[in-house]
Design a protein around this ligand. Structure first.
Ligand code: UD1
Ligand code: UDP
Length: 392
């Protein structure tokens, strides 16, 4: 007997945990029965950004935690690469599986490719065509390095082929984010309990379905520039005069709020003299909690990739505060609208939702909770032979 696993899976940041959970579970399940090894790079490390997700999503403890922590893009990517290489030497996988578009995704894909180990990319072929986004660079390069590419929407393959990737490598399987959502939904807490946990004294905030909005914000383009962030903060304040907002705050954003002195503008209560409104700021919430908050929301304002997809699956109108999206299907078919950061556009879209309800959209093809199983079937076919003896 050996605990050799042909597939070495990599996670690093919050969205990765949600993507890997159904994949690990599908690989473990009958009749696939091909448990994988799991490496966490340590890109996200706070309990609220990591541990909560492992617990709520039933992800087994990682076999290895590289403990890289935070740093500049170059420092973080390089540190992950340095620490991941010996792990490949030790475990000698048949393939390395990476998900999404964070620095950990590219760093580990690059190490594996240079060592001649096939790379499997889950969520391939998404493009914002905006190379100022660090994630766009990660996506393009990871796809170029990959031997097997799993996509969430059909058009992704068209893009990959344009970029010179052989069609045979690409498999349209659906969206593993929606696998996690589908299995979590029956277990989500009540939105009132989520708010009460954060604000035990608060008794006049309604969490009745449709009575509040949810907001998340963490893209460097939106929060790292003081002028841009202040403009967005003022807009959020204006939105909150029309509908109260619940705002779980990403650690990057929390640091910038403090650094730019935006607490009184964005928090609740506002600075005297500013128009009143209600924004419940709180630390990042767990996965079950964010789904609960979103499921009861009138609308969601965000710059998150995952939340554009989740709102489409939930049929909750989503206003994406970016100039573009790498997930066009959420706009073409789903409940998503790209609103950029112009206050007039945002407020007019908010008003439209309040007056007429917003886009409900439809759930895209194969966003059906079975994407990970489709991935596991392909992996079983390719790597499922018992190579334990060969690997010694
Ligand atoms: C990263 C991803 C982004 C993804 C996001 C998900 C890259 C380039 N970016 O952005 O694509 O949308 O994760 O949330 O990979 N911090 C903490 N605790 C943590 C983690 C981070 O306090 O557990 C703080 C640190 O100050 C750190 C900052 O947040 O410098 C940013 O973290 P980092 O992982 O570099 O980028 P994110 O903005 O989280
Ligand atoms: N999320 C969460 N708690 C929060 C905010 C987000 O659990 O306070 C979840 C949500 O499901 C989202 C996922 O984390 O889809 C990844 O979100 P994030 O916006 O951090 O990353 P992105 O998808 O933009 O890369």
């Amino acid at each position: 007997m050996t605990d050799y696993s042909p597939i070495l899976c990599v996670v690093g940041a919050r969205p990765n945990f949600i993507k890997i959970a159904p994949i690990l579970s599908a690989l473990r399940s009958d009749p696939i029965s091909m448990p994988a090894r799991l490496v966490h790079t340590g890109q996200h490390y706070d309990d609220a950004m990591k541990e909560t997700f492992f617990r709520q999503l039933g992800i087994p403890d990682p076999d290895v935690d590289l403990g890289v922590g935070s740093g500049s893009h170059a420092a973080q990517t390089a540190e992950i690469m340095k620490r991941f290489e010996p792990e490949i030497d030790r475990s000698k996988p048949e393939a390395v599986l990476v998900v999404g578009d964070v620095n950990s995704t590219l760093a580990c894909a690059l190490v594996a490719a240079k060592k001649g180990i096939p790379v499997i990319h889950v969520e391939a072929g998404l493009r914002s065509f905006d190379r100022t986004m660090p994630e766009e660079i990660n996506r393009i390069l990871t796809d170029q390095l990959s031997d097997l590419l799993f996509t969430t929407e059909r058009d992704a393959k068209v893009q990959l082929v344009k970029e010179g990737i052989r069609p045979k490598k690409v498999h349209f399987v659906g969206n593993v984010m929606i696998d996690s959502l589908t299995s979590a939904l029956p277990k989500i807490p009540k939105a009132s309990d989520v708010v009460a946990e954060q604000f035990p004294e608060l008794d006049d905030f309604s969490t009745e379905p449709g009575s509040y909005g949810v907001m998340t914000l963490h893209r460097p383009a939106n929060v790292d520039d003081p002028e841009m962030f202040e403009r967005i903060a003022q807009t959020i304040r204006d939105v909150s005069r029309r509908i109260p907002l619940i705002f779980p705050v990403h650690p990057r954003t929390q640091a910038r709020i403090k650094q730019f002195g935006l607490e009184m503008l964005i928090g609740s209560p506002p600075r005297p003299g500013l128009p009143t409104g209600r924004i419940l700021m709180m630390p990042p919430v767990g996965y079950m909690e964010i789904l609960s908050l979103m499921a009861g929301a009138k609308m969601v304002l965000t710059d998150s990739g995952g939340i554009q997809e989740e709102t489409t699956a939930l049929g909750i109108p989503c206003l994406t505060m970016r100039e573009n999206t790498e997930r066009p299907i959420t706009v073409e078919q789903g409940a998503n609208t790209i609103v950029g950061t112009d206050p007039d556009v945002i407020l007019s879209e908010v008003n439209a939702i309040l007056q007429h309800g917003g886009k409900a959209g439809k759930v895209p093809e194969l966003w059906d909770g079975q994407a990970a199983l489709r991935i596991a079937r392909v992996l079983k076919q390719r790597y499922g032979k018992d190579r334990a003896g060969l690997k010694g």
